[in-house]
Design a protein around this ligand. Sequence first.
Ligand code: GLU
Length: 424
Amino acid sequence: MSKAIVSTLYDSDVFKMACRQFDKAADAISLPEAIRDRTKYPRRCLAVSLPVKRDDGSVTVFEGYRVQHNLSTGPAKGGIRFHEHVTLGEVGALAMWMSWKCSLVGLPYGGAKGGVIVDPSKLSETELEHLSRRYMQEMVNFIGPHTDVPAPDVGTNEKIMGWMMDTYSNHVGHISPAIVTGKPIAIGGSQGRREATGAGVAYLVKKYLADMKIPLSKTTVAIQGFGNVGSETALALANYGAKIIAISDYTGAFYNAKGIDLARALKYVRYQKVLRDFDGAEPITNEQLLELKCTVLVPAALERVITDKNAAKLKCRVLAEAANGPTTNAADKIIDARGDIELIPDVLCNSGGVIVSYFEWLQNLSNFYWSRDEVLTKLFGILDKAKDSVDAQQKKFQFSRRLAALTLGIQRVADAKAARGLFP
Ligand code: GLU
């Protein structure tokens, strides 16, 4: 029996969590030992120093990473996170999840993730631009439209992707829109990309509620996180007729039994940047939000927020994982044992974002652009297929829905590696 000899490079709770998920899935499908370790561990990573000139003339050096977990099934794909708590281990775990996600929904991509240790709200617009461009400059020889294609993640957005695309294009000497996805429409972004993750989460929630015979008009929703994913999920679910009773961000959580006026909350955030002191609802704690009685709970922020401390106290019927890795393995066990919560696992639930990123990349490579309707229709078609395959796997092997999704994703990556040999 062979075993990997690995360093502690990625060592962290979140990387261990992703590894344990992998081990459990690999055991469940009896993945041959010979293929396990090379399917599990990231293929390569790059750590970079990013000196940025501040508005006051001083220079701050930030640290950034890119982890390419797998390139066996296509170019690596995944977002770039700007957050003060980014670690290499976290980026490694997120890259691993990108591999299973792309594979599960059938995209011709591997998995990657990037990150910079920074609180972007503490930078001016100019400083943010310098940091984004410098990060891309350091990545130029490591990524490419057929090697690794970044996108937005927590703390990054369209504008940042635009700067990065411009930096790369200037370096290679011609416009290269396919180097990143999630760009502004004016420079090759796709219709529907901004709302894609939230639209996908809402679409899957709607489908699972229909399976459970719960009408949307009787559905209440609590959402943790009011960034791109949380706010677009809220809007899409409200459009379907659900009532959003709680929202939050890192500055506060807010509850209104009658339903939150989302237009008002969005306007508030546009001017105030954060939800702090939002007056359209009653303030509650973040813990209270997670434990609210509601039909659907949507963690749409960071990893590891549903833990063994609160899993037994959840009062939702559906747990829709819009964030990556929001549920710890210990919490997962508790939720499984309870048996009264339908869990839509992250790799399926939030896959709408990368699916439309794939559409954007295809449009860039072919220079032929699609309408929003075409994008959304194709997105929902892929989600239907992915949901059906997860549900079939769950039934066939009596797996939890998470195990069903992970085993499908992992199997395809392992099959590609087995077919190709040791190098990819
Ligand atoms: N950051 C998103 C995710 O975690 C999107 C990645 C992409 O579009 O490549 O899935």
